[in-house]
Design a protein around this ligand. Sequence first.
Ligand SMILES: *Cc1c(COP(=O)(O)O)cnc(C)c1O
Length: 227
Amino acid sequence: MSEMKQRLESVLERIEKAAKKVGRTPSEITLVAVSKNFPAEAVREAFSLGVRNFGENRAQELKDKYEKLSDIQATWHFIGRIQTNKVKYFVPIVEYVHSVWREKELTEINKRAKMVNKVMKVFLEVNVSGEETKAGVKPENLKNLLDFAKSLENIKVIGLMTMAPIAENPEEIRWVFKKLRELRDELKKDYPDVTELSMGMSGDFEVAIEEGATFVRIGTAIFGKRT
Ligand SMILES: *Cc1c(COP(=O)(O)O)cnc(C)c1O
């Protein structure tokens, strides 16, 4: 068995176990394999093992890989910091953008999505932990941003995303995931499309699943250490 196959099987088992622990079914959880820094051939191998969703954080790297993999039917996710001048590269390729939190990003994605006649599924990134340097909208500004997004025809906000702080023990950051779920539950009343939670990475995905993650973004645990 290849190393990647072993790692993937272990991740899938851990997802299943975490889901069952809280009475959820693993099929509610989409595994987004984060292939950043790994070559197109690594994506091809993961695809051959059954992975269908891939996340990238740089527009140019995504575009290059996508062009090398035009023969496979992968679903792509943009998960990185958004530079508005690069939006035009990823919009035609991806089905989801996880890391949107500024009005100007929404405006540009909407404009580019309209040009290629698609409705982009978007997660709004929330700065739950309140760290100064962290990306994401403050919880108290979420409703304003959602109202703004509502006015854009080629944007559909489907959920919230967060990056938890690095922690030795993922139990220390359980509250971050719980808070994102509570925000989603609160918003769902007025914004019924906001149903999804993109949270959990290699170091903390089990806790995120226990707290309700519906998309987990996992790199290292599948592809190995990035260089
Ligand atoms: C790199 C990255 C991940 C995956 O991180 P791992 O720790 O390798 O699983 C998830 N989300 C975002 C936004 C990332 O940039």
